[in-house]
Design a protein around this ligand. Structure first.
Ligand SMILES: *[C@@H]1O[C@H](CO)[C@@H](O)[C@H](O)[C@H]1NC(C)=O
Ligand SMILES: *[C@@H]1O[C@H](CO)[C@@H](O)[C@H](O)[C@H]1NC(C)=O
Ligand SMILES: *[C@@H]1O[C@H](CO)[C@@H](O)[C@H](O)[C@H]1NC(C)=O
Length: 391
């Protein structure tokens, strides 16, 4: 891989109101990005592809936050996220907070299915492959706030009841009864809960022993509610390394005593680790309680921490600096000037960065994370992602 110092930050790219003076810099922004990492395709570690091929058309229902939002908040609240969001892959505004694809997009690619349409997207949606209820900013608590996990599950129930109602009246619905029964129900939430908990200044022990159990209880409740509404196949993601996000690293700290050997914040990562331990235990418990359910838990902390710790092995040069943000090295993150905020800067080659905007990962990083998730190595039990669509 050639050239260009990745620490160089250019003025805003592609259509986000770049000044004329920035035009020259914009020209260099040309998206060479992604493609580069095709070696981490989804079949890596999957062994015999035939063994993991779908025997029926896969249907996926996803629940979560911006890590999984394929346009939900944009549709639901009328937000618009212009380029450089999407610049590396879709090359247009899709509502994703990323320069390209999210992990969920790569997971859908692995099933040879279309990307999931957001449940709230009124136009151009295709729900034959399921629906995406994930909304950026969502958390488990408070449980009745739009669009908490609980609300997303209620939206799913609405979607299912409407489908049956339409069919009962002689119409048709994108997903039929078999589709709902055999679908995969994917949940990836908790990052915003954890982030808010640590941001609140609550004592560490209270976060671990009071707050996290409350978050996990909401996820358990969501799984049980979906189960009692006919779901049996689950795919649950743990949370990622909160302490490796440029957003957290850029916050003022008294000294570097909390940094680990990768340059991440130990306290926040310990919190994420505890969250995951409790989530894994909840999945174990539900597995023995819910007859006929398959609940796969995947440790996304290990997946994403490896991405940072071993970044050069995956072709990344900047594990802890946001591509799109403000302030330059070491983190290029400023809470007052987020990506798309007035005066933001964006790097030339996002494929060399793990972090897109200080909170979300780049298309390139999501490709590697998804490949590792698909390898099954980080899952309990170790089932292939496509387990639910086999005969
Ligand atoms: C996707 O398509 C490829 C190529 O036809 C095939 O090898 C693979 O098994 C398919 N994956 C699934 C999950 O069906
Ligand atoms: C980094 O890669 C090495 C070699 O593959 C592996 O043993 C180690 O566990 C990885 N580090 C992390 C933090 O995952
Ligand atoms: C953000 O703006 C506030 C108010 O102007 C200022 O006090 C603060 O230092 C700024 N933060 C950063 C990281 O620049």
């Amino acid at each position: 891989m050639a050239a260009a110092r990745t620490t160089r930050i250019s003025r805003p790219g592609g259509g986000a109101g770049a000044a004329a003076a920035a035009a020259a810099a914009v020209a260099v922004l040309v998206v060479s990005a992604l493609a580069a990492r095709t070696e981490y395709s989804w079949q890596e570690g999957g062994g015999d592809p035939a063994a993991t091929a779908c025997a029926r058309r896969p249907v996926v229902f996803a629940f979560g936050d911006s890590n999984t939002d394929t346009g939900g908040v944009a549709a639901g609240l009328g937000y618009y996220y212009p380029l450089p969001e999407g610049r590396a892959f879709f090359r247009r505004a899709t509502g994703r907070l990323c320069d390209g694809r999210l992990v969920i997009d790569y997971l859908c690619e692995s099933l040879n299915m279309s990307y999931l349409s957001p449940y709230l997207e009124a136009l151009g949606s295709d729900f034959t492959g399921g629906a995406n209820f994930a909304i950026s900013g969502s958390a488990t608590l408070p449980r009745s706030a739009p669009f908490s996990l609980h609300v997303q599950v209620q939206q799913f129930i609405h979607f299912k009841q409407r489908s049956f109602e339409l069919v009962a009246h002689g119409g048709s619905a994108p997903v039929d009864a078999d589709g709902f029964r055999n679908a995969l129900y994917l949940i990836d939430i908790g990052q915003n809960d954890l982030s808010a908990a640590f941001g609140s200044g609550a004592p560490y022990d209270d976060i671990i022993h009071l707050k996290i159990p409350a978050f996990i209880s909401e996820i358990k409740d969501a799984i049980m509610t979906l189960y009692y509404n006919g779901a049996k196949n689950f795919w649950v993601h743990g949370t990622g390394p909160l302490g490796c996000l440029p957003q957290k690293l850029a916050a003022p700290r008294p000294d570097d005593g909390d940094l680990d050997y990768s340059g991440c914040l130990k306290t926040l990562n310990n919190g994420a680790y505890e969250f995951n331990n409790q989530l894994r235990a909840a999945c174990d418990e539900l597995r023995s309680q819910l007859r006929g359910a398959t609940i796969v838990y995947t440790d996304v902390l290990l997946v994403k921490y490896d991405l940072v710790a071993n970044h050069s092995a995956y072709g990344f040069e900047e594990p802890l600096m946001a591509c799109c943000g403000y302030g330059g090295p070491p983190y290029n993150y400023n809470a007052n000037v987020s990506c798309l905020g007035p005066g933001f800067r964006v790097c030339e080659d996002g494929a060399k960065f793990v972090s897109w905007d200080g909170v979300h990962y780049t298309d390139a990083a999501n490709a590697v994370a998804a490949a590792k998730i698909l390898s099954g190595e980080f899952s309990t039990p170790k089932l292939p992602f496509a387990y639910f669509c086999k005969a």
